[in-house]
Design a protein around this ligand. Structure first.
Ligand code: EPU
Length: 419
């Protein structure tokens, strides 16, 4: 088992290059299932979830022609298996993203039902409701959802709630459906927009990209294209919180500040001086952060994937704050671990009240989800003594070389192996 050992080392200073977004790369890789031609993706982050998706697609018969660092060429002309097995789905819920494109292109698909996960029950009813409206036969047998349709038909679908992967699945399916699909109450997260932009390059006809109403005119077939994955706004936000906590001046390169308005505003409110260009963000922090209230909501409001990082920033801030999580019902697993490090956080239901303290103290901690683990890394950057983070495979699912990137700006952080 690998661990991270962290020691506070004062302010962070320098430059960090932001990777491509995990949550864009995963649906983009799955979009390769929609065409017999080769999809060429660049700026792909080198993450465990990307490897898992590669394995999933290869298990279905996809050929990965190039997997250079940050670059994939993937061809799905020889798909001979339309099933996403339990072994992979249980390690990565985003496996559900093969359902829509596989059904649309090959007439059938089977995906092991993802079930609950550490951050909540996370059903997929909206994915299924949409596919059913498009004419798919759906059955659930032996823990698998099986969908079948000779030819999907366009449909008017109003989603009951904003769902990111639900929108992506239905969007991909609709590109090859017969006729027009209207998706209302669609997610407008930048990762959904990135997928839609790539699908258009592949020959899809999509109107309303970036809005909650997507109108998709189905086409007979899609072709290959080359596409660069949008920068990871959550990775960028995580590093900005790190600097807001340690102080210092850091420039994030290859970032997408336009996708981060809500987070940047909150960081300014906390006392950080933020400057942005088209593809960079500079943060300058010379004071203890001020506590800021946060409420998570779908994009463009404050993202749930930044909630844990703001919680830990608030934990060492001046004043008290309230953090409300409205997207997932169980996304406070970092609270008991942060309290073990001396934070004063009380959580009830979906609300946490945080009383800022001057100093956290290092100990051994672990978390059972990706962003909770990230918040513990941030805590380690300012805690007294040594912080050891266990179960870092969660971090490796979503952060590329986090110890190197933070090390490059002055953090003392080391990956160690248990013998
Ligand atoms: N929901 C339903 N029914 C559905 C679909 C969703 O009830 O059919 C509920 C969920 O249970 C949740 C809410 O709707 O309460 C929103 O979930 P959503 O479907 O938007 O989440 P997701 O698509 O499974 C993606 C990201 C998550 C991110 C959320 C919210 C990917 C691969 N994952 O998940 O990312 O937190 O959107 O923005 O895109 C992460 O990166 O750490 C992460 C968890």
């Amino acid at each position: 088992m690998e661990k991270l050992k962290i020691r506070a080392n004062g302010a962070l200073n320098g430059e960090i290059t932001i990777s491509g977004a995990k949550n864009a790369a995963l649906p983009l890789l799955c979009a390769s299932l929609l065409t017999r031609e080769t999809l060429h993706l660049t700026n792909v982050p080198m993450l465990r979830d990307v490897k898992t998706t590669q394995k999933l697609l290869q298990g279905m018969g996809a050929r990965v022609l190039t997997d250079n660092v940050h670059e994939f060429e993937i061809n799905c002309s020889n798909i001979n298996h339309t099933c996403a097995p339990y072994d992979l789905v249980k390690t990565m819920r985003a496996s559900i993203l093969v359902l829509g494109p596989t059904l649309a292109h090959f007439g059938e698909a089977q995906v092991s039902l993802p079930g609950g996960c550490a951050i909540g029950s996370r059903p997929v009813d909206q994915h299924l409701k949409g596919l059913e409206a498009m004419g798919a036969d759906i059955s659930i047998e032996h823990g698998y959802v099986k969908v079948r349709a000779q030819q999907l038909q366009g449909a008017h679908i109003v989603m009951d709630m904003v769902t990111v992967t639900g929108t992506e699945n239905l969007l991909m399916a609709a590109t090859l459906a017969n006729g027009t699909t209207i998706l209302e109450n669609a997610a407008i997260e930048p990762e959904v927009t990135d997928l839609a932009d790539c699908l258009v390059k592949m020959g899809a006809n999509i109107q309303g990209i970036g809005t909650p109403t997507l109108t998709i005119q189905g086409v007979d077939k899609l072709h290959g294209c080359s596409h660069s994955v949008v920068p990871d706004r959550i990775e960028a936000g995580t590093f900005l919180c790190a600097v807001a906590m340690t102080g210092g001046k850091v420039v994030l390169k290859k970032a997408a500040p336009k996708t981060m308005q809500a987070v940047l505003e909150k960081l300014s409110e906390a006392g950080a001086i933020i400057e942005v260009g088209d593809d960079w963000i500079a943060i300058d922090m010379h004071q203890r952060p001020k506590a800021v209230d946060v409420r998570t909501l779908p994009y463009p409001a404050f993202p749930t994937d930044m909630q844990a990082q703001f919680m830990v920033m608030n934990a060492i801030a001046t004043g008290s704050s309230k953090v409300v999580e409205t997207i997932f019902e169980n996304r406070f697993m970092h609270v008991p671990e942060l309290n073990r490090m001396g934070a004063q956080i009380s959580a009830e239901g979906n609300t946490a009240i945080i009383q800022g303290v001057e100093q956290l103290s290092g100990t051994t901690v672990m978390a059972t989800d990706l962003r909770a683990s990230a918040s513990l890394v941030l805590a380690g950057l300012v805690a007294s003594g040594e912080t050891t983070i266990e179960r870092i495979y969660h971090l490796d699912r979503g952060y590329e070389n986090i110890e190197q990137k933070l090390g490059d700006v002055g953090a003392i952080i080391e990956r160690v192996h248990d013998h």
